[in-house]
Design a protein around this ligand. Structure first.
Ligand SMILES: *Cc1c(COP(=O)(O)O)cnc(C)c1O
Length: 341
């Protein structure tokens, strides 16, 4: 099945029955730091805290009644899991998610809170995938690939429909990439509505499988060392890679440290709590100002599910120890020095 823009339009009808469009805001302080004008699309405000909810709703809506009763099995480090659990809850379907054993406890708890079943197993996402395949084969449940399922891609593409309907003048959209469904959806929408608008993908340099697959024009497996859930995939996925090959203008890599700096900037300049993956687009603009200067940029804050360790690292203690300036005054003949931050 080849996906088209019409599939994304149809998905939008489904998504709009459940969710209002998310805000698209600009922030003068953020623009000043980034050196260009940036619109932030706030998918962190979704009920499950990430854009993937749009894919889950679109898939469950399309699922025949018998399949809903048998249920689905999928694998995920977090947000796709929550999306499937949320949508399955709304559509009265069973849902099982296999997560790697080291998945964040908060993310697993969120899936269970929506009524999903969590199976924690495997050292990596690839091992979790193998286990999900076995579970589906044994139970007759439908196996849902987070990357290669057309309904998921059509659903997440609705983010870009909202951006370009609201602001047709945008000329660059920056999209964090893990499997590539979001970026592929962006390519289909921009191709139909704004052919002059460049879609740029961003992945972590510590997990470059989607980036390297796109550059090489073939599906590659790569080391998967990023701590940024959502961007940390170990291989390219065929369906999104095919769409991105035709439509993506560029693909950038950022370091996990640059993503950390972008999370702090979103917190201070845009009162936004982003998880790492949600800040990767801002990290790309921060790291390549030359590329974005003078353009009208939209960046998707894809998610806000910062887990405990991401909350702990939101404040950079090294920065805290270094005062921006030291001032001295004289009080009653005594010299007093204090630091400003
Ligand atoms: C899944 C995810 C991504 C990557 O999206 P893909 O469609 O897999 O490329 C980016 N950000 C967040 C918050 C995610 O959950």
């Amino acid at each position: 099945m080849e996906l088209t823009f019409a599939d994304i339009q149809a998905a939008h009808d489904v998504v709009r029955r459940h969710l209002p469009p998310t805000p698209l805001w600009s922030y003068p302080l953020l623009d000043r730091e980034l050196g260009t004008s940036v619109l932030v699309k706030h998918e962190n405000t979704q009920p499950v805290g990430a854009f993937k909810v749009r894919g889950g709703l679109t898939l469950l809506d399309a699922l025949p009644e018998a399949d809903r009763a048998r249920g689905t099995v999928t694998w995920s480090t977090g947000n796709h899991a929550q999306s499937m659990a949320y949508a399955s809850h709304l559509y009265g379907a069973r849902c099982t998610v296999v997560m790697p054993a080291n998945a964040s406890p908060g993310r697993a708890a969120a899936v269970e809170a929506w009524g999903g079943r969590v199976v924690l197993t495997g050292a990596t996402l690839e091992e979790a995938c193998r286990h999900a395949e076995r579970l589906a084969a044994d139970s007759g449940a439908r196996l849902v690939s987070p990357g290669d399922t057309p309904e998921l891609l059509a659903g997440v593409g609705t983010v870009y429909l909202e951006i370009l309907q609201q602001r047709p003048e945008v000329d660059v959209i920056v999209v964090p990439v893990g499997s590539g469904t979001g970026a592929a959806g962006a390519c289909l929408v921009a191709g139909a509505l704004a052919p002059g608008c460049a879609v740029i993908g961003v992945q972590s340099a510590a997990s470059p499988a989607a980036h390297d697959s796109w550059r090489a024009g073939e599906l590659l497996a790569r080391p998967n060392r990023s701590t940024v859930a959502g961007l940390a995939t170990g291989r390219g996925y065929a369906l999104p890679q095919r769409v991105m090959r035709a439509g993506l203008a560029d693909f950038l890599l950022v370091t996990d440290d640059e993503i950390g700096a972008a999370r702090r900037l979103l917190a201070t300049a845009a009162h936004t709590l982003a998880e790492g993956a949600g800040a990767a687009g801002i990290a790309a603009v921060l790291s390549r100002p030359d590329l974005f200067a003078g353009r009208s940029v939209a960046v998707v804050c894809t998610g806000g599910n910062a887990d405990r360790s991401e909350l702990d690292t939101l404040v950079d203690r090294r920065e805290e120890d270094e005062p921006l300036a030291t001032a001295g005054i004289s009080v009653g003949g005594q010299s007093v020095t204090f630091r400003t931050f």
